[in-house]
Ligand binder design. Structure first.
Ligand code: SAH
Length: 356
């Protein structure tokens, strides 16, 4: 039988298990401290547990279920990307971005993605499966372990790796609660941002959640004719429906919404697109992030030239909308969504293999 990750047990389930085994009440807390505060990669590290209990646990359970396959450092010196294998051999990506005082981790919610955006490497590979809550949390703990060696921590989390988090809602929120829980990873919900392609029912559910997680929406096109092509889920949740949900979210939570917009040469980067975008978000508490499209093999479109990126920004800013041009972080290590898994399958020889 396949082993279960301890990260997929709730506190109550862990307590019940240990109670059934006749262990004292404090064991669950000890194990949780090893998992969430000391980032144990293996049950054998939990040295304040009796050896017999460690052996018994290890027969059926894993601590961190992720195995690093390959890790790449960007020449910018600030970005690192790891491809992790899940116990069933599926692969996911996690990206660390270092800033002056922050370490932001970009995590995956699914292996592959069903949303099929043609410009996105993950969209092109198709959907493999949902991650469990524990597999989502495990990415954070694996990187927290690395950063702890430098006395740093994961200070921000963005759900912008592989997959559509709102298409895996239950596991994503289980992970958010565990990451937020003071007995878990203990990171403030405001330090987490969930990015969605625009799954409207999920956005509406988010409004009701007590955790104050930020919302980012991958817009990429300001009218339905164009968005139907660039972001195919738009045919199911067109812009009027999406913007209705986003406006309700902003009004009810009073939180600023981020829009992501990848500028694609001559496709969505014209002055009229900026004007349509400005009209779409008029009066909404929001921020726009512009990024020239990262090159992806197989993408029908390419990134806009810099002058058009800055003209687009100036036009939005001129309409009074806070707009930032994002640096292309880690472009040389293909740190765009899904790009490492794809390039790894083709050119494994260029990769640096991490020690196990
Ligand atoms: N499915 C979610 C989260 C994952 S993608 C979403 O769509 O928001 C994270 C971001 O990377 C999204 O904004 C996505 O559109 C963007 N992205 C994907 N491929 C890209 C590329 N080649 N260049 C620039 N941004 C890209």
């Amino acid at each position: 039988m396949d082993k279960i990750s301890l990260l997929d047990l709730s506190s109550d389930q862990l307590k019940t298990l240990l109670n059934d085994w006749g262990e004292p009440g404090y064991r669950a807390g000890q194990i949780e401290a090893w998992l969430y505060q000391r980032y144990a990669a293996d049950i054998s590290e939990m040295t304040n547990l009796p050896a017999a209990l460690r052996r018994r646990l290890a027969e059926s359970y894993l601590a961190n279920p992720l195995r690093p396959v390959v890790s790449l450092d960007s020449s910018d010196g600030y970005t690192q990307k790891t491809l992790f294998a899940l116990p069933d051999g599926r692969e996911i990506e996690t990206v660390l971005m270092r800033y002056d005082r922050r370490q932001t981790l970009c995590i995956s919610s699914q292996a592959g993605c069903a949303m099929a955006c043609p410009f996105c490497a993950t969209g092109q590979m198709g959907f493999m499966r949902n991650l469990s809550g524990g597999e989502i949390v495990a990415q954070v703990l694996a990187y927290a372990r690395l950063l702890a060696q430098e006395e740093k921590r994961v200070s921000n989390i963005v759900f912008m790796g592989m997959g559509e988090p709102l298409a895996n809602y239950a596991a994503t929120w289980e992970a958010i609660r565990r990451l937020n829980d003071p007995a878990g990873f203990n990171l403030g919900a405001r330090s987490m941002t969930l990015s969605t392609v625009g799954v409207v029912p999920g956005i509406r559910r988010m409004i009701k959640e007590p955790e104050q997680v930020g919302l980012a929406v991958s817009l990429h096109a300001p009218n339905d004719a164009l968005r139907d092509i660039i972001v195919p889920i738009n045919r199911r949740y067109p812009l009027a429906m999406l913007m209705g949900a986003v406006r309700d979210y902003a009004a009810e939570t009073r939180r600023r919404v981020t829009f992501e917009y990848a500028l694609m040469d001559s496709l969505n980067d014209q002055p009229e697109h900026a004007d349509q975008f400005a009209a779409l978000v008029e009066g909404l508490l929001c921020h726009i992030n512009l990024i020239p499209l990262n090159p992806t093999p197989g993408s029908p479109w390419s990134g806009s030239p810099d002058e058009r990126v800055y003209a687009f920004r100036d036009r939005l800013a001129g309409a009074g909308i806070p707009t930032t041009v994002r640096l292309r972080r880690g472009i040389d290590i293909a740190a765009g969504c899904g790009q490492l898994r794809n390039s790894h399958s083709r050119t494994a020889s260029q990769a640096v293999i991490l020690p196990a």
